[in-house]
Each structure stands twice: as C-alpha cells, then as structure tokens.
Design a protein around this ligand. Sequence first.
Ligand code: ADP
Ligand code: MG
Length: 252
Amino acid sequence: MSFLSMREVHKSFAGNEVLKGVSLEMERGQVVCVIGPSGSGKSTFLRCINRLETIDAGLIAIEGDPIGAEVRGGRLHAAPDKKIRAQREQIGMVFQSFNLFPHMTVLENIIEAPIGVRGEKKADAVAHALQLLARVGLAEKRDAYPKQLSGGQQQRVAIARALAMRPKLLLFDEPTSALDPEMVGEVLGVMRDLAAEHTTMIVVTHEMGFAREVADRLIFMDGGHIVEDGDPREIMANPQHPRTRAFLESVL
Ligand code: ADP
Ligand code: MG
C-alpha cells in the first residue's frame, strides 16, 4: 500500500474543471516536486489533499484511509467532521504568504495548535517549539513578532509551525515565490534539511535547481492533468511531452 494514493481525482469550480482525473501513488519519505504553468491546478491539487477543498469524484487516501470519507456497509460515505479534523491535523501546509498570526510572538505562533488542537501540555509544546526553532535557525527570535522578521525568517517560522503538529505529510505551495531573492536560499536550505531527514513532502515550486537536486520525483501538471511524472534530472534533460518541453524552455 502506498503512503498517499490518489485515484482519478476530479475537481471543478462552477463548471470549470480544474483537476481532470489526477492519479498518483507516493511512498513515505518521498520528496515530490510539482511544476507547471499558472492555472494548471497545482494549488487545487495540494488543497484537495489536505481537504481545504472537497473533491467531486475519485479518491484520496493516506495509508489506506480515505480523506474526508469513510467506508460504511461496503460503501464510501462523507466522514464525520471529527474524523476530517483528525486527518487534517496530520497534514502540514506552508503557503506562499506565510500566514503567521500577527498579534502572536514566534513562540506563541508555534505552540498555538499543538496546545489548542492536539491538547499538548504547554511545557511540552514550548520544548518542542524551541527545538524546531533551533532547527530552522531562529532560536533567538522566539519572542519576536512576525512584522519584526524578514520574509525568509517568517517563512522559516511557518515551517516550524507546521512541523509542530508532527505531520505525516508536509505540503508546500510555492513557499519561496513571495520572497526577495536573497531570502530564497535560507528557506530552501531548511526544506533541503527536511528532505535529507526523509520528511514526506510535496512541494509546488518554480525553483528548478531545488527540484533537480532534492526531489525524488518531479511531476509536471498542465491543464488539470499530470502530464509527466518521473526522475527530475531525467525529465529536465529529456522531457517526453511537448508541453513539458515548452514549459521547461520557459523557466530554465
Ligand atoms: P495553479 O496553482 O497551478 O496556478 P490553481 O489550482 O490555483 O492553479 O487554479 C487552477 C484554476 O482553478 C484556475 O483557473 C483558478 O482560477 C481556478 N480556481 C482555483 N481555486 C478556485 C476557487 N476557489 N474558485 C473558483 N475558481 C478557482
Ligand atoms: Mg498556485
């Protein structure tokens, strides 16, 4: 059984079909990068996995457990909210726009969900948060507020905040696209460390160097389809589909 299984996933917004039958099997510990033109469905693909969006047809399962659904009497039914919340807690997401709580310090941002959602004791949540802050190189910023930090530092806090929930899967949606160029490297560096520790992650990115060096697997999406899926170096050197070739020529 795969860690993540997607079968023929369809998603439309008001009649506009954005995912047109997406299928994917992914193993634990894999790092998958997703590239593709704007509007090709990359964010929707991620948002369906952590159920920020519901799907119209198909199936998404983590370790065999269908997302947002459960099997009763041999058939799939919508899962109760409690189950959906529990599943979502296992999936961390890092957005382009950081989304830290502005009125909370760095430490408060990180311990909020572990205490409020997971029910961790404050002392445990703080100890874990400090470990994570050290891991992203920001131990000395624990009492700073987000607006006192650079974009790169805020994004590293957002990664620590996602990790604080001890997710099984981390999703990144263009985590460096909103950053000034000089800050991209520090965020990619943290993501590189996570990959080296075999964190299971799916990264939508335009950073082709990162995709080539860090990803176990590269997916090219276009028009709501996975057009190409394979070894990053192989795809970049020798794209099989004309649309992949055209996209790579535009970004490389
Ligand atoms: P990408 O991340 O590859 O740029 P998206 O998944 O964000 O693509 O969007 C794919 C298409 O779906 C776009 O045409 C976008 O306008 C549309 N779309 C995405 N989210 C919504 C939404 N909540 N409501 C309506 N249309 C949406
Ligand atoms: Mg997007």
